[in-house]
Design a binder for this molecule. Sequence first.
Ligand code: PEP
Ligand code: MG
Length: 315
Amino acid sequence: TLQAIRAASSGPGRLADGRAVPLLANIGSPESAREAVARGAEGVGLFRTEVLFLGAEKAPSVDEQAATYRDVFAQFPGQKVVVRVLDAGADKPLAFLTDQGEENPALGRRGLRALAAHEEVLRDQLTALATAAAASQAHVQVMAPMVSTAGEARYFRDLAHELGIAVAGVMVEVPSCAIMADHVAANADFMSIGTNDLTQYVFAADRLLGTVSAFQDPWHPAVLRLIEQVGRAGAEHDVPVGICGEAAADPRLALVLVGLGATSLSMSSTSIADVRAELALRTVEEAKELAALALAADSAGTARAAVADRIASWP
Ligand code: PEP
Ligand code: MG
């Protein structure tokens, strides 16, 4: 009916059986935050803070950072904003954090590894975030990129709690982190799967290199099996499991991800309407059925086809 179509084209993300699946935005600037609001995001699942400082020669001051964060938080009163601390290195080098001359920067000291080596930068950022959060109505949470061990998750959570941020999670984008998800979950307030890097590292195929781009496909069961492990660990430990890589923007894959245990989805805000509409058509039991089909496939292509066939068979 027209009413159902209208309900599905705005408002919060929901499955047909009423289960809520919050639809959040990936942002990297105050402007993209405004677009997220305009497109009906229920908050922010990934705020890529390194984008703010890509040209900077030296680390931004606490005050300078706090002012920028305040601008963004002000747009999400009463909503969740998940801030990723600086993910420097590989495709996003920052002069004040990134080692020069690494031969394989995607495998080098990037993300939390770089921050732990320059802990004053991490402390300053968490302090700026705590200050800006205290001055806003947003529910601010922080997460660390490129976490590869449970010990790193614990290190980050302890530091964030010490500096006044009560909810601190990790991105799961390194296979070791997914494989150890039960122990990671015990040391994190939430997990958020970054399917872009997770896919890159599962296939050992540079996500920016055109000659190997065919491997960069999150429909592949090799990726989905890891996501399923993370979903299970999250459920067992009562730790939310978000998705913040591009996979969440593909409406049918979004259903599969919910079937694998994702409790929220974050994406470019341009995709929110399409994902909302697809989720509204299916129940959690149907999402699980699609997930099982995709997991059992032998390739990304057969996973896609199996899911498409099953959906086509439903009224
Ligand atoms: C990811 O790796 O999936 C992710 C969301 O982070 P980024 O694309 O910024 O590396
Ligand atoms: Mg990443």
